[in-house]
Design a binder for this molecule. Structure first.
Ligand code: NI
Length: 135
């Protein structure tokens, strides 16, 4: 861990009480660690839609009975093989499949990939969770 610096913050009593309840529920041992995580989350968001290197996981749910959909989704991923690190496929039930696609590349490209894959006809739901390597 790099050198620690102290930073004092002032906030309303009620806001602090709400924060303490929230972090207790989430399992934090102290405010410092909770605040560090909040800051890291904001820093990870910054530049997500930029040229910066990022990693993300896209999950999509679709009905594999739809004609040609499975083939389309596979072909789509092959078109972007430079972004796709790995894909996990789960047969959820008789109709539905879930795919989790691990992505690595420029944040902007990952967002575009996710938007396009989610908008393929037959994909019921999709969500991209992005992050970056932070110190
Ligand atoms: Ni399946």
């Amino acid at each position: 861990m790099s050198e620690l610096k102290r930073a004092g913050i002032s906030l309303e009593k009620e806001l602090l009480e709400q924060f303490d309840r929230l972090i207790k529920k989430k399992g934090y041992q102290n405010r410092s660690e909770a605040i560090r995580d909040l800051i890291r989350a904001e820093l990870a968001k910054e530049g997500w839609e930029s040229e910066e290197e990022a990693v993300g996981v896209l999950t999509v749910v679709y009905d594999h009975h739809l004609p040609d959909l499975t083939r389309k989704l596979t072909a789509f991923q092959h078109d972007f093989e430079h972004l796709v690190v790995s894909t996990l496929h789960v047969h959820l039930d008789h109709h539905n499949c879930l795919e989790a696609v691990v992505l690595r590349g420029k944040g902007k490209e990952l967002q575009e990939f996710a938007d396009k894959m989610i908008s393929i006809k037959g994909v019921k739901h999709g969500q991209l969770l992005g992050t970056k390597a932070l110190k």
